[in-house]
Design a protein around this ligand. Structure first.
Ligand code: 3HC
Length: 329
């Protein structure tokens, strides 16, 4: 696998004979499908790539709570409120698993979170879009968590042990997230008023393309993919996973009796996949630059939450210190 990537002239990869003996042994371990653990030697670039990806993944989980938190007090029934709160709590837990996996690489949690607050670290672009109606809660569960599952199921086989194990646990909960969202939409489409049905279609129209952007830039414009694939951090490319998501989602869309805002979407029997229209990459990169509809609001909310919670952290540290001193005395 690694040799093929080098042969295809993928820039950025060292050829095996340019590597040190230690790097060659590391690459051999990767190629032999032996998980890399925190205690193993690893190239610094492997470590940094994982800290970058895992920290941003964790940030995405935490920021991803905000669009849904917006609707907890306006859930139409107690059951829907409980479902939504359970999902949001799961996302917080996913963030904590991922920050812990990141820390096994020697990264400091506070400084990585500070990068989120000062705009130096990314989180998934999808969370910079507003959730304007209750139907958005169903579409977020169905499309956003659905897209996250396609990406995260593959990440269960990532080469770094702690990340892979975090993913196995997270994927179990993501399935509930996706199903509860889809069930909500089925209920609205089958038993709802015309206004509610229109609400569902409006939410799909607004979130369909941003959900496709979650998989990242197209392969030829993905600076990290080649190396991440060589190190088996990434097992499949951005475009492969995007295509898989579309192929599995369109039949669900048809069952809902809805459409997507893509006139080019059609089944291509020859390819065995759906053809789809051009993604608006300008919009994607604008959102990544911080110019999405909700970027400022999301980061400001996270900053405020950290400030508001400072006293809780100080109290916990003081308590832990007092307990420690008591034991030590
Ligand atoms: N939003 C924000 N930034 C994105 C992005 C997106 N949708 N897609 C790509 N990027 C960024 C990358 O982080 C990278 O920037 P960086 O080098 O400064 O970090 C740049 O765009 C180029 O993209 P690449 O494809 O070269 O980068 P990667 O190889 O890292 O691939 C990725 C991007 C596919 C998102 C990969 O990082 C990944 O698989 N991450 C783990 C999964 C993840 O983070 N998912 C986010 C959603 S989590 C979620 O939805 C929670 C759920 O519970 C709802």
């Amino acid at each position: 696998m690694y040799a093929q990537l080098v042969e295809t002239g993928v820039k950025r990869l060292k050829s095996l004979d340019e590597m040190s003996a230690q790097e060659r042994a590391f690459q051999q371990r990767i190629d032999d499908e032996i998980k890399i653990e925190a205690k193993n030697w690893m190239p610094d670039a492997y470590r940094q790539t994982l800290i970058r990806q895992i920290s941003q993944h964790a940030h995405s989980e935490i920021v991803g709570m905000l669009p849904e938190g917006n609707w907890v007090t306006r859930a139409p029934t107690l059951k829907r409120k409980l479902q939504l709160m359970a999902k949001i709590q799961d996302e917080a837990g996913h963030g904590l698993y991922l920050y812990s996996a990141m820390e096994t690489l020697g990264a400091d949690r506070d400084s990585e979170i500070a990068k989120l607050h000062n705009g130096k670290a990314k989180y998934s672009s999808i969370f910079n879009y507003p959730t304007l109606s209750w139907a958005d809660m169903g579409v977020v569960g169905w499309l956003v968590d659905g897209a996250a599952i396609v990406n995260q199921v593959v990440l269960q086989r990532t080469s770094y042990g702690p990340y892979s194990r975090a993913m196995i646990r997270i994927c179990k909960e993501e399935s509930f997230h996706q199903r509860q969202g889809y069930e909500m939409l089925l209920t609205m489409m089958r038993h709802g008023t015309q206004v509610q049905k229109d609400m569902v279609q409006d939410a799909i129209n607004r979130l369909w393309w941003p959900a496709l952007m979650m998989f990242g830039p197209s392969d030829e414009h993905s600076p990290n993919s080649a190396q991440s694939m060589a190190w088996k951090i990434k097992r499949q490319s951005n475009d492969e996973l995007r295509q898989r998501f579309i192929d599995q989602t369109i039949p669900q869309l048809e069952l809902l009796g809805c459409s997507v805002p893509d006139p080019a979407l059609k089944w291509n029997a020859e390819r065995g996949h759906y053809d789809f229209g051009e993604i608006q990459w300008d919009e994607f990169y604008e959102v990544l630059k911080g110019n999405g509809p909700c970027n400022q609001e999301r980061v400001a909310t996270r900053r405020q939450a950290i400030e508001d919670g400072a006293w809780v952290r100080a109290a916990a540290v003081a308590h832990a210190r007092k307990k420690h001193n008591k034991i030590a005395a």
